[in-house]
Each structure stands twice: as C-alpha cells, then as structure tokens.
Ligand binder design. Structure first.
Ligand code: 5GP
Length: 141
C-alpha cells in the first residue's frame, strides 16, 4: 500500500484539521490523542510522509525518537506517572487505524490498566488542559 495524503494526520500536519499540539520542530510534531488510552496520551509524528514504520526512511528515526524521548520525559513529569509506554502499530492487523507513521507515548500508573485503543473521545477542555501540562513540563526541560 502506498501513502495517502488525505489521512487525518496529514491534514493535521498541513493545518487543515485542529489538534492540541504540544511540540514541533523541523522534522517532528507531537499532539494529544483524541481518544486517549490514559491521561496524557500523546502522538509523535515525523513530518515526512510514510504509511508506517515499514515504508519509512530510516533517516528520520533519529529525529523521531529524540522527540519520543522528549515527550516520554515530559509526560512522566507532567502527570507524575510511574512509567511510560511507547507503542507503534503497522497495518490493520496490528491495530493501525491512521496511515501516517506515529508513535504513541502514554503515561502509566501502577495498577491502572490502559483504556481500549481508539475508544472514547476525550472532552476538548481536558485535552487542552493536558496539553498545557505537557508544554509546561517541556518548557522546564
Ligand atoms: P493507530 O491505531 O493508527 O496506531 O492510532 C491512531 C490513533 O489516533 C488512535 O489512538 C486514535 O485515538 C487517534 N486518533 C484518531 N483520529 C484522531 C484525530 O482526528 N485526532 C487526534 N488527535 N487523534 C486521533
């Protein structure tokens, strides 16, 4: 399958659809997941188009994972989490539903299970408040 630039994340990257953005640099963007599996669930994307990990140019992985690490550290601090899970899905059989490469960064708390993948939509005001917490943690370094 080839990359389809009408996917939701391509539209968010082009600014055609809104998202609660928390971070952007030359090569990557991070924003809040609309149907979070837990508070602070963030998505990190390379700006370069690829469907998923399988067709991506490995030249982007350095920048992508540098941003994943930044966000993992920031969400851990912002939500006082016990740990952070990093997930990434490739093709429908794996659970992928949006076909622009992205990495899930989710704070984890001892004894608290993750909510279902692509489950309930979160309220915009909650996403906005969580985005502010992450941005504050990123600003503190
Ligand atoms: P995938 O299954 O492709 O790894 O994950 C797609 C993720 O995108 C899911 O966690 C889902 O909740 C999230 N998502 C789906 N549509 C939107 C949207 O329009 N905006 C945002 N911010 N997240 C979305």
């Amino acid at each position: 399958m080839s990359y389809d630039d009408t996917n939701i994340f391509a539209k968010i990257l082009r600014g055609e659809l809104p998202a609660h953005r928390v971070y952007e640099d030359e090569a990557t963007v991070a924003f809040m997941d609309l149907m979070p599996q837990g508070p602070g669930h963030t998505l990190v994307l390379p700006k370069a188009p690829s469907r998923n990990l399988l067709d991506a140019d490995p030249a982007i992985f350095g920048a992508l994972f540098a941003t994943v690490q930044k966000l993992a550290r920031a969400v851990k601090v912002a939500f006082n989490a016990d740990g952070v899970v990093v997930m990434q899905f490739n093709e429908p059989a794996s659970g992928q539903t949006v076909y622009h490469l992205h990495v899930h960064v989710i704070p984890r708390f001892e004894g608290v299970p993750l909510k279902p993948h692509s489950g309930e939509m979160e309220k915009p005001e909650v996403l906005a408040a969580n985005a502010e917490k992450i941005k504050a943690a990123l600003a503190r370094g």
